[in-house]
Design a protein around this ligand. Sequence first.
Ligand code: DGY
Length: 323
Amino acid sequence: MKKKIFVTREVFGEVLDFLAPHFEVADNQADRVLTPEELTQVLADKEGALTTLTERIDENLLSRCPQLRAVCNIAVGYNNIDLTACNKHGVMATNTPGVLDDTTADFAWALILATARRLNEAEAYIREGRWDKWKLKQFLGLDVHHATLGIVGLGRIGQVVARRATGFEMEVLYHDVQRAAPEIESACRAKYVTKDELFSRADIVTVHIPYSPQTHHAVGAAEIALMKPSAILIHAARGGVVDDAALVEALRKGTLAGAGLDVFEGEPALHPGFLEMKNVVLSPHIASSSERTRFKMAMMAAENCVAALTAGNPPNLLNPKGK
Ligand code: DGY
């Protein structure tokens, strides 16, 4: 008898086709986000799940889903999964590292350029029919080329962002909990500095650290207060790493020139202050959303699920103690 799995959100048809020979697959192609209770009920008789960041896998759910052996997240971030609870219940958890680094870094650059050059404001101005003449001082922005880029977190995505900065002939500073190896620093042309130096010297700060209780509000009022009034903050990592209320406050006071944001605390809800401000470029958590990359992420999660439930050895296992 085939093992039963559930795919919690809409995926590409090819992914379901790939899973079908291995499992009895139930899906949610209607793509409604299930409540925790609905998710628990649907997973109660399943051995595997392909999940996304909209599903919380925690003690409450796992204690009521005794068959579950594998939770395969379609994301590199996995703060929606409680690994301690997975270990306790013998559930393997996996993620999708590597496949989205370039795409996510590209999008961080899209936010950098759009925010620095006020592209959203300029576009709205044309669409509203307000463009009547060329003006010398129209939408004066921040030069990206030769500026100082501060990268918070020189992990896989941060490194790609840094390498892209070479083309803009930028000075690249970074800060991380651990200093990177010399060969990484030199490939990225990035200089390790303290957090305070990064925030006070950078013209553009871009955040690339995962969310965890330790990184909650890692970019908070104190860090934002160090930034130059001409600087901009870019965030395409995970909601909660930046203190959104502190950011709104700084933007309101004018102690920061702008922000480019793809992720938010409590998304899809967002701080109402962001909607009032023109100098904020907003996007709905789409940094990894190219056709090819989202396909690869979903397929990688499916491959993890097959490996987990057939051989007990998924390539992207997050918790060896869950085996
Ligand atoms: C990830 O992979 O963690 C992304 O945020 C999902 O879009």
